[in-house]
Write a protein that binds this ligand. Structure first.
Ligand SMILES: Nc1ncnc2c1ncn2[C@@H]1O[C@H](COP(=O)(O)OP(=O)(O)O)[C@@H](O)[C@H]1O
Ligand SMILES: [Mg+2]
Ligand SMILES: [Zn+2]
Length: 210
């Protein structure tokens, strides 16, 4: 499929870029290496801030923008923890326009989305609950009395003992940082052998998937 696009036999219709209707204007931003910087962010479009390392992207976006908008909305800012430690004082500068178009601040950072390293997008959103129920609903699972918990990576009964459901194990090296490698027992499948047998049956039998 991709080939057609690479060779120009098929193409995606071009769409004009969204034009921002409003701008959020920050004036006189002072934080770390930023001294009295004015910056305007378009509202209602996807915006990326780019620049060489150390140019002040995080200072501008993750700190100044977040703190000023949170302040204007009347709640405390949660500045990225990595950058909070050494931060000194309040950010200098103010929002000079556009705040009336903003009603909510959602900050997405790079910290893990769940309590455990076993969390992922599927478990976090609840999608995986359905997958586990499908597994538990197969005739074979029923005959073995495997409930949905059997297919959770957080519960001991179904998961691989070696990696505790993580799919990888940490290898500690003497003088180097630890590395992760695929679990030697489940090879990344995360379930123990009994559970895995059943998963194979469920996966390869479309009739079980309704
Ligand atoms: N908490 C801090 N205290 C003092 N200086 C900082 C702090 N955080 C970043 N800096 C300095 O501010 C400049 C911009 O950093 P940063 O905003 O992290 O840039 P970028 O995200 O574009 O790489 C760098 O020179 C950096 O060393
Ligand atoms: Mg940065
Ligand atoms: Zn394992």
């Amino acid at each position: 499929m991709t080939r057609k696009y690479l060779y120009g036999r098929q193409s995606i219709p071009e769409r004009p870029a969204y034009q921002p209707k409003h701008w959020l204007r920050l004036t006189g931003i002072t934080r770390n290496n930023l001294h009295g910087l004015d910056a305007s962010f378009p509202i209602g479009v996807l915006t990326a801030v780019t620049g060489i390392s150390g140019s002040g992207k995080s200072s501008l976006v993750s700190q100044a923008l977040v703190e000023l908008v949170a302040g204007a909305l009347g709640h405390a800012a949660e500045v990225e923890s990595e950058e909070t430690d050494m931060r000194h004082g309040a950010v200098g500068g103010h929002i000079s326009a556009g705040m009336e178009h903003i009603s909510r601040l959602v900050q997405v950072n790079q910290s893990p989305i769940g309590r455990t390293p076993r969390s992922n997008l599927a478990t976090y959103t609840g999608l995986f609950d359905y997958v586990r129920k499908i597994f538990a609903g197969t005739p074979m699972a029923k005959s073995r009395r495997y409930d949905a918990g059997r297919f959770s990576f957080n519960v001991a009964k179904g998961r691989c003992k070696t990696c505790e459901g993580e799919g990888f194990v940490m290898v500690e090296l003497l003088f180097l940082p630890s590395v992760y490698s695929p679990c030697p027992t489940c090879h990344g499948a995360r379930y123990n052998e009994k559970t895995r047998k059943l998963n194979t049956v469920a996966r390869t039998s479309p009739k079980y998937w309704g």
